[in-house]
Ligand binder design. Structure first.
Ligand SMILES: NC(=O)c1ccc[n+]([C@@H]2O[C@H](COP(=O)([O-])OP(=O)(O)OC[C@H]3O[C@@H](n4cnc5c(N)ncnc54)[C@H](O)[C@@H]3O)[C@@H](O)[C@H]2O)c1
Ligand SMILES: O=C(O)[C@H](O)COP(=O)(O)O
Length: 526
């Protein structure tokens, strides 16, 4: 039975789902060295933001097949390291959207009405109504940085509260922003005009310290900023200085450069600063959503099924994979075959998606072709997660083309590889019953199913060759299961494709090429 380690607190419903297929150990609060020591036993790891899954942990996770993040942000996972090791990383892109958006709105209102400090004051026995005079958000301008899932929900609620909405998001269209009720503007304009600014972007090299001294100086002195996205998008030291010096009015932060926050000049500030300990996703509803979402994906991957929100298998959407399933097998087979014909050390792979496969939805077939191409070198270590990166790291140039005009079969795939044995090309298609057919080899029409042991020859189409080759194979005790010749003209160049019951013994290829008329011979094991 598989083993799953849950290293952050998740809702019990997630543990119950995982228990359907695995032994589940819940061990929270592990130190990195403790995690490294035990991770080798586990097939899957389920986390929230509390566990940092570093390259070292991934290296130690020799059995790991999947890392599941019960939440959105995967910035605590070394995704490239996981990808290189063929480990799927999944998250729950929508499970906590509403929770995070509501937390940002609650922070905005808390900040403008000083609710946390007023509450503390009353609880300490005071009745101070003068200190806590606030500001209304009605008719004020809210600047939303990042108009994705959370930013859009914040926009909808803020609009209902009578706020004017500006948004900055270089990756969405003006039309989309307008649909949400936002005016799309440049960041500088948003900073200059907004009374409240709320951040809903991922943390990336471009967004780290996006809000720095210079940008803080562009804001209104009355402006307040809210960060419920990721720590480090705001330069916290610069923020504390800007608030102290009255450059802006206040800030509400749920996320920090270092978590737990530790020493910070923000903690010394008064009612103009509201801090919460990364609570954006901490609602009962969100925790149930993300636990189900991620535990189901871990369960599916352990059962050999695809994950629905893998962050490191671009374009490999499970519905599309399901639809392409028979073609995925075709692509892997052709990749494996052409890689062996080209001699293993492949430098260039041309992949042509033909007929009904000539669409962007067929992108997974490119990954499947690469997986097949690399199978001989990497065996089980290559999978859909790491095939593209492995190909890139080996310097294999991949060219994809699409040709809808090829109509011999509903859909077909043409792979041409250049390697140490030269350039070879193979085309394949599926028959009505889903069976794979090789339909062309190096430009010669053929019609053969692939088999485990195959022999291909390039020869002159002339009498006697087939008999001589048959006798030669017989003398090595190799049984021929089927044989077909592909030729373009009578007595011209031709290819022979043989399916063999046994693998070819060492040394026989050079004997085969000594047969008069046979110029080249290749063997392939699928
Ligand atoms: N505090 C919490 O507990 C909590 C909970 C959930 C999500 N989050 C965080 O909230 C953030 C937003 O999550 P989401 O689900 O809305 O993500 P999302 O992917 O739906 O939206 C992010 C948006 O940011 C935009 N964007 C990317 N780079 C940008 C840039 N440089 N400038 C401006 N816009 C940019 C994208 O185009 C996208 O529209 C993430 O950082 C996520 O980790 C925090
Ligand atoms: O990215 C997220 O989903 C949030 O930051 C939530 O983090 P958490 O699961 O640790 O609460």
């Amino acid at each position: 039975m598989s083993k799953v380690l849950v290293s952050d607190p998740i809702d019990q419903v997630g543990v119950d789902i995982l228990s359907q297929v695995a032994t589940v150990d819940v061990k929270t609060g592990l130190k990195p060295e403790e995690l490294i020591e035990i991770i080798g036993e586990y097939d899957a790891l389920m986390i929230r933001s509390g566990t940092r899954v570093t390259q070292e942990i991934i290296e130690a996770g020799t059995q790991l097949k999947i890392i599941g993040r019960a939440g959105v942000g995967v910035d605590n996972v070394d995704v490239p390291a996981a990808t290189r090791k063929g480990i799927v990383v999944v998250n729950s892109p929508e499970g906590n959207t509403i929770a995070a958006a509501e937390h940002a709105l609650a922070m905005m209102l808390s900040l403008s009405r000083h609710i946390p400090d007023a509450n503390a004051s009353v609880k300490s026995g005071e009745w101070d109504r003068k200190t806590f005079v606030g500001a209304e958000v009605y008719k004020k301008t809210l600047g939303i940085v990042g108009l994705g899932k959370i930013g859009s929900h914040v926009a909808a609620v803020a609009k209902a509260m009578g706020m004017k909405l500006l948004a900055y998001d270089p990756f969405i269209s003006t039309e989309r922003a307008e649909q949400i009720g936002c005016q799309l503007v440049e960041l500088d304009l948003l900073l200059q005009q907004a009374d409240y600014i709320t951040l809903h972007i991922p943390k990336t090299p471009e967004t780290t310290h996006l809000i720095n001294t210079e940008r803080l100086s562009k804001m209104k002195p009355s402006a307040r900023i809210i960060n419920c996205a990721r720590g480090g998008i705001i330069d916290e030291e610069a923020l504390a200085v800007a608030i102290k010096e009255g450059k802006i009015s206040g800030a509400a932060l749920d996320v920090f450069e270092k978590e737990p926050i530790g020493e910070s000049s923000l903690k010394a500030l008064g009612k103009e600063v509201v801090l919460t300990p990364h609570l954006g996703a901490s609602t009962t509803e969100a925790q149930v959503n993300v636990a189900i979402d991620v535990a189901e994906q871990i369960r599916d991957v352990l059962l050999g099924l695809p994950a629905r929100s893998a962050v490191n298998i671009p374009g490999l959407n499970p519905d599309v994979i399901e639809e392409l399933k028979p073609y995925m097998q075709l692509a892997e087979t052709l990749g494996n075959l052409v890689g062996q014909l080209a001699g293993g050390r492949v430098e260039l792979l041309n992949i042509r998606l033909q007929g009904e496969l000539a669409t962007n939805r067929s992108q997974p077939l490119v990954v499947a072709s690469l997986k097949g191409l690399l199978y001989k070198a990497l065996r089980e270590r290559v999978n859909y997660v790491n095939a593209s990166i492995e190909a890139k790291e080996r310097g294999i140039r991949v060219i994809e083309t699409r040709d809808a005009a090829v109509q011999d079969y509903a859909g077909s795939l043409h792979l041409e590889a250049t390697g140490s044995l030269g350039t070879h090309a193979v085309t394949g298609a599926l028959l009505g019953d889903g069976e794979i057919r090789l339909t062309n080899l190096d430009g010669f029409p053929i019609n053969v199913p692939p088999s485990q042991h195959m022999l291909f020859t390039l020869h002159r189409d002339m009498p006697g060759i087939i008999g001589k080759l048959g006798s030669l194979l017989g003398s090595f005790n190799v049984n021929i299961a089927s044989m077909q010749v592909g030729r373009k003209i009578v007595r011209g160049d031709a290819v022979m494709v043989l399916s063999l019951d046994d693998p070819l013994p060492d040394g026989i290829l050079s004997e085969i090429t000594k047969v008069p008329g046979i110029r080249d011979a290749y063997t392939v094991t699928l």
